[in-house]
Design a protein around this ligand. Structure first.
Ligand code: ATP
Length: 263
């Protein structure tokens, strides 16, 4: 990843104007966490060519080989309250799905935090919330996109793919990342203005792969099935149970699956 090229493409986008690019890092989200503690500001972005300890939700791992993909994390000091932190994951998912679609890929969103092509994942997003000593808070959004990866390791072969595996083309990673940041910045501005996802709900639902489809809700407390109807203004998934009752599912600990596979 060429920092100069990326900087030029980011231009005056408020997200990514402050940028750090490393060859190898443990995790770009840990980089942003360290930067936040030493005064980095809203919109700071850390990029890694390779992560040695890339993370997913609930302590899961993110496979992060060198040179082919995009791994980046972003620092946000939101104007909305901390209880709405979950709203930024859908915004990043829209940005990645839209940028992939501009390249001709049929990317959709699998609630809450994955971008998929067909039935496989090309992008994972992990949003983390940190409280400061003064009572304020910040968010770190970590995003991994499988871009030019030519082969997927055995342990994730069933559910992972890359842009290259889908279209056989080499994607310009700097252009793609700059595009994601520009799209994210536009939609994030909308989120800040509205204070919730009301203005982005239709956009998100148009990309949602599970919409109107049966899903299995993998809640650690109870596994259940229903029909996914869309999201509410906070990004919770609305699922109709067989008795007709509609429940809002909060992303925190929960994953969903299609009835017959990952999607
Ligand atoms: P799920 O995707 O199973 O619903 P999740 O949303 O909690 O669960 P994430 O935190 O998005 O999962 O990602 C971590 C999981 O994604 C890992 O447990 C692994 O199965 C899978 N994974 C790890 N690295 C990659 C990668 N580079 N591309 C696609 N999938 C990956």
């Amino acid at each position: 990843m060429e920092k100069e090229k990326l900087t030029a493409l980011i231009g005056n986008c408020p997200i990514g104007r402050e940028l750090a690019v490393k060859d190898v890092t443990d995790s770009t989200s840990l980089d942003v966490g360290r930067a936040a503690k030493s005064g980095a500001s809203h919109g700071f972005v850390a990029v890694g060519e390779q992560q040695t300890a890339g993370r997913g939700r609930r302590g899961r791992y993110w496979v992060s080989p060198p040179g082919e993909n995009i791994y980046f994390s972003l620092l946000l000091f939101p104007e909305f309250s901390a209880d709405k932190a979950g709203m930024v994951t859908p915004v990043m998912a829209i940005a990645v799905a839209r940028a992939a679609q501009k390249l001709g890929l049929a990317a959709r969103i699998k609630w809450p935090n994955d971008v998929v092509i067909g039935s496989k994942k090309v992008c994972g997003i992990l949003t983390e919330l940190f409280f400061k000593e003064d009572g304020g808070f910040y968010l770190i959004i970590g995003t991994g996109i499988n871009v030019n990866q030519k082969a997927v390791p055995d342990d994730i072969r069933e559910k992972a793919t890359s842009f290259w595996l889908e279209n056989g083309k080499e994607t310009d990673r700097e252009r793609l990342l700059a595009d994601v940041l520009h799209i994210f910045a536009d939609f994030y501005e909308r989120l800040e203005r509205d204070g919730d996802l009301s203005g982005l709900k239709r956009e998100y639902e148009a990309l949602l792969v599970n919409i109107n489809a049966p899903v299995k809700v993998l809640d650690p407390k109870e596994e259940w099935e229903g029909i996914a109807l869309g999201i509410d203004n906070r990004g919770e998934l609305l699922v109709r149970r067989s008795d007709g009752k509609v429940e809002a599912v909060y992303a925190g600990e929960v994953s969903v699956r299609g009835m017959y596979g990952y999607v």
